[in-house]
Design a protein around this ligand. Structure first.
Ligand code: HEC
Length: 164
């Protein structure tokens, strides 16, 4: 429980930093050119981002599994804030996949062979992450659970096709 709470607190800080971007950003890859000088930095960045998404997703998964109480307004508000952070992170997850960098990573070379399909799967995650945030805003457990299922399915769909 202590660990989950730390994650929730981290979520609150992150939301403060990132939420304006989350709602302004379109659900697609940044069109800017490669923003990392070193290839290893690019890989490191995207892997950190994915790990963060994994951790935040795990926190909401714990709520869905009723390991974290979801009863009071305060508890529901915390959950909503974490889902806002998830929406913000999801909209940035395509950063770091610009250059073909698969050697020594779990990224499949197919990402760069089928870039539109990969980006579609990224967009699916962004869409479902936003739906998750909306569902969390209702404070209704069943809605949260259903939206979480749809959101988590987008992770699996991409990992199955593009992660080794
Ligand atoms: C559009 C594709 C795509 C989507 C969507 C996606 N991932 Fe990933 N994910 C990847 C790729 C590719 C890697 C491997 C990156 C690397 O090794 O450089 C990865 C790696 C990871 C890793 C870390 C490495 C590991 O396998 O141990 C975690 C954790 C992770 N993803 C969680 C998630 C979660 C949770 C979601 C859904 C909320 C998600 N991902 C959605 C493509 C995706």
């Amino acid at each position: 429980m202590k660990k989950e709470l730390t994650k929730f607190m981290a979520g609150v800080c992150l939301v403060g930093m990132m939420s304006p971007m989350a709602f302004a950003a379109p659900a697609q890859a940044p069109s800017s050119p490669v923003m990392f000088e070193k290839e290893s930095d690019e890989v490191e960045y995207r892997e950190h981002l994915m790990d963060l998404i994994g951790n935040y997703t795990g926190a909401i998964g714990a709520v869905v599994k009723k390991k974290f109480p979801y009863e009071t307004d305060e508890q529901k508000k915390k959950v909503e804030e974490v889902t806002a952070a998830i929406a913000a992170l999801a909209s940035q997850a395509s950063i770091g996949f610009e250059r073909e960098l698969s050697a020594g990573t779990k990224a499949s070379p197919d990402i760069w062979k089928k870039k539109p399909e990969f980006m579609q799967k990224m967009n699916d995650m962004v869409t479902q992450a936003r739906n998750l945030h909306t569902a969390a805003g209702t404070g209704n457990y069943d809605k949260l659970k259903a939206a979480f299922g749809d959101y988590a399915a987008t992770c699996k769909a991409c990992h199955k096709a593009f992660k080794e």
